[in-house]
Design a binder for this molecule. Structure first.
Ligand code: BGC
Length: 405
C-alpha cells in the first residue's frame, strides 16, 4: 500500500518536473506575446475548447483536464465536442468565439478543414492553440502543444523488432508476415507516427525478413506512401475491413506482427483475425523460436492506453500501447495562456513545426510505452492509474475484464 503511494508520488513528481521545466522556458522572457491577438487575453477571460469526439477515450480525459487546469488558473471555460465532423467543429469554434472566447484550444478533426474557422477566431481577436494535432496551411495558429510524434512509431517498431528477434536474424529462413496500418489521412500526426516506425522496419523488408502479405507495403515503400495504409478517422470498423483484406491474402499462413498506431485500430485488427482465423489464439503468443506455429497470435501494437488495450495487454492479445499522459498537455496549454495573460511571451525550447504556411512555436511532451511486464525503459500497465488517466477502480476493472471477443 505504502509502496504504491510512493510510486504514485514519484510519477507525479516526475510529471511536475517536466511541466516545471517547460514553465521556466515559457516564463524566461518578458517580451510581448507572439500573436497580435495575445495581448488582449486577461485572467478571468473565457477560453473555448474544441475537441474532436467523445467516442475516443482520450479526448474525454483531455477535455476534462483542460477545464480543470484552466479553471484552477483563473480562466472561464467552455468545452465542445465535434462528433468527428469537420462542419460541426467549425460551428463549435464560431460559437465559442461568439460566446466571448479570447482564446481557442483546438484538437482538430481535420487539420486543414478547420483553417477557415480558426481564421475567423483570430480575426475576432482570439489566440489559437493547436492541441495535440497541428492545424495546417494557415497563418491563424499561434502555438502548438503535442507529444514527440515519431516516438510513437519508434516505440511500436522496437517492440516488434524485439519480439520477432529481427536483429538476430528472425525471418531469415522464412520471411515473417506483418500487416501495417497508419493513422487517419487528415491528421498531420499520422505520417510522423508512420515515419518513426517505418525508418526502423524498412531495413527488415529490404533484407527479406519481413513481408506484407497484402502487398501494400514492400521494400520500396517510402515514408511518403503512408496514405496507402491509412485508416480514415482512426475508425475501428474501417480498420477491421482493411484487416479483412489482409487476412484474405494471408490465407492459412502464420502472422507474426501487426503495426497498429492506435488502440481502437488494434481492436478492429483483432476482431478481423478472430473471425478469419479462429485457430489463432492470444494464449499462444508469437514465438521467434517457433515461428511456423500457425495458431500463434501476432505481436500487435497500439497507442493511447485505452481501457480496452489495458485489458488486452493484460491477457496477451496486445503487446504494448504508447501512453500519452495528456495531463501534461493541459498543463502546458494553461501555462501558455497564463504567460500571455501576464504579458509574457510564451517561449519553447523545442523546435517549431511548420504547418505549410508558418513555423508554429511548439512544445513536445514525452510518451511512455506500457507493457505487462516492465523491462528497461518500458513501464507497467499500472502507470495509467498512477498518472490519473484512469482511476484505480477502473484499472482493476480493466484487468479483471474477460478478454475481448
Ligand atoms: C493522437 C493519438 C490518437 C489518435 C486517434 C492522434 O492525433 O495523437 O493520440 O490515438 O489521434 O484519436
Amino acid at each position: 500500500m505504502k509502496l504504491k503511494k510512493l510510486a504514485k508520488v514519484a510519477v507525479l513528481a516526475a510529471a511536475g518536473l517536466m511541466v516545471a521545466s517547460s514553465l521556466t522556458a515559457c516564463s524566461s522572457s518578458g517580451d510581448r506575446g507572439g500573436s497580435s491577438s495575445d495581448s488582449k487575453l486577461k485572467k478571468g477571460d473565457l477560453i473555448g475548447i474544441s475537441m474532436p469526439t467523445k467516442a475516443d477515450q482520450r479526448w474525454n480525459v483531455d477535455g476534462a483536464n483542460l477545464v480543470k487546469e484552466l479553471k484552477d488558473a483563473g480562466f472561464k471555460t467552455k468545452l465542445a465536442y465535434a462528433n468527428n465532423s469537420t462542419s460541426q467543429q467549425s460551428t463549435d469554434i464560431n460559437n465559442l468565439v461568439s460566446a466571448g472566447a479570447k482564446a481557442v484550444v483546438v484538437a482538430s478533426v481535420d487539420g486543414t478543414a478547420v483553417g477557415p474557422a480558426v481564421k475567423q477566431a483570430e480575426d475576432s481577436g482570439a489566440t489559437v492553440i493547436a492541441y495535440d494535432r497541428l492545424i495546417m496551411n494557415t497563418e491563424s495558429v499561434d502555438y502548438y502543444v503535442t507529444f514527440q510524434l515519431e516516438r510513437t512509431g519508434i516505440l511500436e517498431a522496437n517492440t516488434i523488432i524485439d519480439k520477432l528477434d529481427l536483429k538476430n536474424g528472425g525471418g531469415k529462413t522464412t520471411p515473417y508476415n506483418i500487416a501495417l496500418f497508419a493513422g487517419s489521412d487528415d491528421d498531420n500526426n499520422a505520417p510522423y507516427f508512420f515515419k518513426g516506425a517505418w525508418d526502423l522496419l524498412k531495413p527488415y523488408f529490404e533484407s527479406g525478413q519481413l513481408v506484407d502479405p497484402s502487398g501494400l507495403v514492400t521494400k520500396d515503400t517510402t515514408n511518403a506512401d503512408w496514405k496507402k495504409i491509412s485508416v480514415h478517422a482512426w475508425d475501428q470498423n474501417q480498420a477491421q475491413k482493411q484487416m479483412d483484406a489482409v487476412m484474405t491474402k494471408l490465407g492459412d499462413q502464420p502472422l507474426a506482427a501487426v503495426l497498429s498506431p492506435y488502440d481502437a485500430i488494434s481492436l478492429g485488427v483483432m476482431k478481423s483475425i478472430k473471425s478469419a482465423r479462429p485457430d489463432m489464439t492470444p494464449s499462444i503468443a508469437f514465438d521467434a523460436k517457433n515461428p511456423t506455429n500457425k495458431s500463434a497470435w501476432p505481436v500487435i501494437t497500439g497507442q493511447d492506453g485505452m481501457d480496452i488495450a489495458i485489458t488486452n495487454i493484460y491477457y496477451g492479445a496486445q503487446a504494448q500501447t504508447v501512453f500519452k499522459d495528456v495531463s501534461l498537455l493541459a498543463k502546458q496549454t494553461t501555462s501558455i495562456l497564463k504567460d500571455i495573460a501576464d504579458g509574457k511571451s510564451p517561449k519553447s525550447t523545442d523546435d517549431p513545426m511548420n504547418n505549410g504556411n508558418k513555423d508554429v512555436p511548439t512544445w513536445l511532451m514525452e510518451s511512455v510505452e506500457l507493457v505487462k511486464n516492465p523491462t528497461g525503459e518500458q513501464k507497467d500497465l499500472h502507470f495509467v492509474a498512477d498518472t490519473g488517466f484512469i482511476t484505480e477502480e477502473q484499472y482493476q476493472k480493466d484487468i479483471a475484464a474477460p478478454i475481448i471477443e
